[in-house]
Design a binder for this molecule. Structure first.
Ligand code: HEM
Ligand SMILES: *[C@@H]1O[C@H](CO)[C@@H](O)[C@H](O)[C@H]1NC(C)=O
Ligand SMILES: *[C@@H]1O[C@H](CO)[C@@H](O)[C@H](O)[C@H]1NC(C)=O
Ligand SMILES: *[C@@H]1O[C@H](CO)[C@@H](O)[C@H](O)[C@H]1NC(C)=O
Length: 316
């Protein structure tokens, strides 16, 4: 009797629960075949007007995937008493939401209610990399959009002050390995950072050192002149690397020279496994590209949503 009940309930579970949000390359082939193309065009148009768009979109996708899975929760606006992720503390770097909205508008007119905002963001992140000169890949699709976005949950994002064990924990909680950590951190080959994100390394580092001794001294001085102790310049900061609009392996070369911005970047040298990978990627653009694509597909396959939003800024 017990056996039969157990058998029945397991059958019931299998029949009620669909086989997850299985992603596939041909997900929209029948329902909205031009999905990839439309997103690519929207990103292309935006990049022509604003060179900061690719970095913004890549960062936005990472942020999305690390909170509630890649469910476009980062795109939702605050409503009533609920403050959304985009109005939470680590939002200084978030912008270019209009690019996703442009693609969504076009897709809604062609195939209403079909393409999720989470898929648009994942595709746009790929396009951002390609348009910056990085590797290309096919993006699996079929993500669903979530119905919840809370500013309080942005505390779950890894902080730039994190050491290697904190980074490892943050990534492993999401099924990502140390190898994924090193490869995905390569996203910092493009973009810009505000002073607040690396201030800990250049002022009052600890009680014996004003500057983080792992930072190259002249690099630290140049950052201090951009970001003085009593910084009054709004939006002051530094480019991630001198070729900050080009997706290449410079980021890893800079880490080896003590010229990366964040403690979390420099921390990749503090474990043998991650240090070896940093060296490997610094000497081989191809090895980096291959690893980055593999890890991006892994990160962007963390799913979490339930619906296909009509407007990326509000739940249905
Ligand atoms: C490993 C943990 C990570 C930490 C602690 C981290 C932290 C940060 C911080 C603090 C900023 C600067 C925000 C600002 O001051 O404006 C930033 C920017 C950025 N991050 Fe990360 N990040 C991490 C991983 C990633 C990943 C996995 C990606 C994508 C694959 C990524 C892509 C970017 C990009 C492209 C920017 C530049 C944004 C812009 O210029 O608009 N980051 N990150
Ligand atoms: C960041 O959050 C503040 C409020 O917390 C908000 O005024 C600002 O518009 C947000 N920035 C972005 C880019 O959403
Ligand atoms: C990282 O930081 C945490 C929290 O401050 C600390 O407990 C841990 O010992 C540190 N790990 C390393 C490897 O420094
Ligand atoms: C300050 O940081 C340096 C480099 O990490 C370290 O060698 C030193 O022991 C630290 N000092 C204190 C008081 O923690």
């Amino acid at each position: 009797m017990v056996v039969i009940v157990a058998l029945l309930s397991s059958l019931l579970i299998f029949s009620v629960i669909p086989p997850g949000n299985a992603l596939s390359l041909n997900y929209y082939d029948k329902t909205c075949p031009d999905t990839d193309l439309i997103v690519t065009n929207a990103v292309k148009n935006a990049v022509m007007k604003d060179k900061t768009v690719p970095a913004a979109i890549l960062r936005m996708h990472f942020h999305d995937c690390f909170i509630r899975g890649c469910d476009a929760s980062v795109l939702l606006n605050s409503v009533g008493k609920n403050t959304a992720e985009k109005d939470g503390p680590p939002n200084v770097s978030l912008h270019a939401f209009h690019v996703i909205d442009d693609a969504k508008k076009e897709l809604e007119s062609l195939c209403p209610g079909v393409v999720s905002c989470a898929d648009i963001l994942a595709l746009a992140a790929r396009d951002a990399v390609v348009l910056s000169g990085g590797p290309n890949w096919y993006v699996p699709k079929g993500r669903k959009d979530g119905r919840t976005s809370k500013a309080s949950e942005t505390i779950q994002m890894p902080a730039p002050t994190f050491n290697i064990s904190q980074l490892q924990q943050s990534f492993s909680q999401r099924g990502l390995s140390m190898d994924d950590l090193v490869a995905l951190s390569g996203g910092h080959t493009i973009g810009f950072s505000h002073c607040s994100s690396f201030r800990n390394r250049i002022h009052n580092f600890n009680s014996t050192h004003d500057i983080d001794p792992s930072m190259h001294p002249s690099f630290a001085e140049s950052l201090k002149s951009i970001c003085p102790h009593n910084n009054k310049v709004k939006n002051a900061g530094a480019n991630m690397d001198p070729s900050s609009t080009t997706f290449d392996n410079t980021y890893y070369k800079l880490i080896l020279q003590g010229k990366s911005l964040f403690s979390s970047d420099q921390a990749l040298l503090t474990s043998p496994q991650t240090k070896d990978l940093v060296s490997k990627f610094a000497s081989s653009q191809e090895a980096f590209s291959k690893a980055f694509v593999k890890s991006m597909i892994k990160m962007s396959s963390i799913t979490g949503g339930q619906e296909v939003r009509k407007d990326c800024k509000v739940v249905n």
